[in-house]
Design a protein. Sequence first.
Length: 118
Amino acid sequence: MKHNKNHDNALDAKPKTVPVHFEFSHPTAVAVFIAGTFNDWHPTAKPMHPSGAGNWIKESNLAPGTYEYCIIVDGQWLADPLARETVANPFGGRNSVLRVVSPEAAHLADKTQMPQKN
């Protein structure tokens, strides 16, 4: 009997990623970036793109987990005003917290919050 090395139930070498959408608004910003634990706090690794009228967007794929990040606007590090959660950072400011959940985990969480039938 031959053995298939690519078993259906084998773990993937790469963790699955989840699409994440960042938005930011600043009417006079010239350059906007996102830095965080997902990119070793590299200040120019994730540039945001202008979408008009002072709005900036960035699409990214991240593995499920909890991340801290800041938005860098023209060199100034800021917490994301749209973040649901922030934590103090060692520099006297705030870091935004992003919790990325796998689609499977989100689906299970939705099921547990559904009303049960008797």
